[in-house]
Design a protein around this ligand. Structure first.
Ligand code: SF4
Length: 244
């Protein structure tokens, strides 16, 4: 896939996360109910092509007597029940980077198997999702920001319940913006249809730049769009070459 504009600097001190007590953000360790920690390495799309990686994760869980290894809703594998004093050594043994599971940032970029593996796939969700993950995973933003790519209208990655949802069709990608789950669920609104991967990346680049510039701290994309108005947001992130 051809590169469009890069987002070279992912970290921005303006958006500081106020972590719940004792989460260790800098170590990617999340406090559990019993005072132990969970760590979840970054596994883009949850796709592992080298089984040795699974062996390494299993060995770390065994070595530090962790009671559970959990597949998360964000396509990660979390090692649960680590003692605080073992967190650094566990990461060293894993030799992997943490997934962005908490904080004001781009969380996991979820993508389905699409045309790579799924018989229903209509677009290359793995290719586009991998590129989005490379550019944005962990980037600090005014609020948490979730992205997903589904390879067909079945929307297995919940394209309308996520901040920036992308869905494949036979004619290209459809983009939904401003969805979220949680206490006050909101359906995403359809922003564009029949887009190429490159056009989706351009829309996402403009969305992230605009959101970073104008949104308030802790203002999810849907709230931001509501405050500004969908038409203003749409004007800002689309141009004539991408609207169909
Ligand atoms: S969204 Fe479509 S392509 Fe992706 S896993 Fe579901 S059925 Fe398969």
């Amino acid at each position: 896939m051809e590169n469009t504009s890069e987002m070279p600097n992912k970290l921005d001190d303006r958006f500081q996360h106020s972590a719940p007590a004792r989460d260790m953000l800098e170590k990617g360790a999340i406090l559990q109910r019993d005072g132990t920690y969970a760590i979840a390495p970054h596994i883009p799309g949850g796709i592992i092509t080298d089984p040795e990686l699974l062996v390494r994760i299993a060995n770390v869980a065994k070595k530090y007597n962790c009671p559970a290894v959990k597949v998360t809703s964000s396509q990660r594998i979390a090692i649960v029940g680590l003692k605080e004093e073992d967190v650094d050594a566990a990461w060293k043994d894993l030799d992997m980077t943490p997934g962005a599971a908490i904080g004001l940032c781009v969380r996991s970029v979820k993508f389905c198997p699409g045309t790579t593996f799924c018989k229903r796939g209509q677009q290359d969700s793995v290719g586009l999702g991998t590129e989005i993950d490379r550019r944005y995973h962990g980037m600090t933003l005014p609020s948490k920001f979730k992205i997903s790519v589904s390879g067909c209208p079945n929307k297995c990655m919940d394209a309308m319940m996520i901040d920036f949802g992308i869905m494949g069709t036979p004619k290209g990608f459809t983009v939904y913006v401003g969805g979220n789950g949680g206490l006050n669920p909101r359906f995403g609104e359809k922003l564009a249809e029949h887009q190429t991967s490159e056009q989706v990346l351009q829309i996402l680049d403009r969305t992230v730049s605009f959101y970073k510039r104008e949104a308030r701290t802790n203002e999810r994309l849907g709230k931001f769009i509501d405050r500004l108005g969908f038409d203003r947001y749409r004007q800002e992130v689309l141009n004539e070459t991408t609207v169909h």
